[in-house]
Design a protein around this ligand. Structure first.
Ligand code: NAP
Length: 270
């Protein structure tokens, strides 16, 4: 098979995955080469119907250095992983109905959260900023490229939303925004496939609550030293209490992608 045929095969697989995301045919083509086979292996599980009782399939991605950092101490994270992982992240956005980030990510990166590096639709953008501490001028609130939902605590909903964003108040739980209440709100808005794009604190909250179906971690051959940790989880007593899961490894340029089938498990802390 020549280069042109390989590209066409991968493009056909990607179109079929996007159709699946939109509720079209669930049947995917038989991959004729490695590239299409990798797309199928990585993304078909993310376009399956949700099996959890809350009606959502939730996947997350982080790009970390070999020493477990997703940004330097000053918050700079561009770029830890390479171009292939960046395109991979855009594919994850395209397959989700909504992409969610914590306030720290919007503060540090001012991201657009749109799909630009691959063909595919933009997801709705969700920013979790319980106390409304973010500056109102952030790009995601104004560019109008896709709906933006600003999640805040119910007692912080008085001020009008910034730009074109819609304000969605959600009740507080014992430790920040109540994630189950948030998921119920998203499900009521028709979201069934949710992508948590970071940062580590936000992915950690979902993981600690047992709310991640699939976690993609791209590990880059880079040492950062001090910086923002990839995942923040409660302490456990012994490695036995940690989280184990099935994992598949894929090469993305210089980086190694861990595709972790978390299946809503969580570590045991006491
Ligand atoms: N390499 C990567 O893959 C990657 C991806 C994304 C981001 N980043 C980097 O990671 C850094 C930001 O990550 P981070 O872990 O520090 O922060 P983060 O996860 O982006 O945001 C954390 C903040 O979001 C709010 N939040 C989110 N969920 C909440 C909940 N359920 N309840 C209450 N508050 C909630 C809180 O805001 P308040 O404390 O203001 O209330 C919390 O402090 C940036 O430097 C960014 O560049 C890297």
């Amino acid at each position: 098979m020549d280069g042109g045929q390989r590209r066409a095969d991968a493009a056909a697989m990607w179109r079929a995955l996007i159709a699946r995301r939109g509720g079209g045919s669930r049947v995917l083509p038989e991959p004729a080469d490695e590239g299409a086979a990798m797309l199928k292996a990585l993304f078909a599980p993310l376009t399956d119907p949700p099996s959890a009782a809350d009606g959502l399939l939730i996947f997350a991605h982080l790009a970390q250095s070999l020493d477990g950092r997703i940004a330097t101490a000053s918050g700079a994270s561009r770029w830890i992983s390479g171009e292939a992982d960046l395109a991979h992240t855009h594919r994850l956005r395209a397959l989700a109905h909504a992409v969610l980030v914590g306030a720290g990510t919007v503060r540090a990166d001012d991201p657009r959260l749109t799909v630009r590096l691959v063909p595919g639709p933009n997801p709705a953008r969700i920013v979790v900023d319980p106390e409304r501490r973010l500056e109102t001028g952030r790009t995601v609130f104004h560019d109008g490229e896709a709906p933006t939902w600003l999640i805040c605590a119910e007692d912080r909903a008085e001020a009008p939303p910034p730009g074109r964003a819609e304000l969605i108040p959600v009740r507080r739980g014992p430790d920040g925004i109540d994630l189950l209440a948030l998921l119920r709100t998203l499900r009521a808005r028709g979201i069934t496939h949710l992508f948590i794009e970071g940062g580590g604190a936000t992915v950690g909250r979902f993981l600690a609550a047992g709310l991640i179906d699939r976690l993609h971690v791209a590990v880059a051959p880079l040492l950062i030293g001090s910086g923002v940790p990839a995942l923040r989880l409660p302490e456990i007593a012994t490695p036995e209490d940690g989280l184990r899961f099935e994992v598949a490894l894929h090469r993305l340029g210089e980086d190694v992608l861990f595709d972790c089938a978390i299946s809503r498990r969580r570590p045991i802390w006491r």
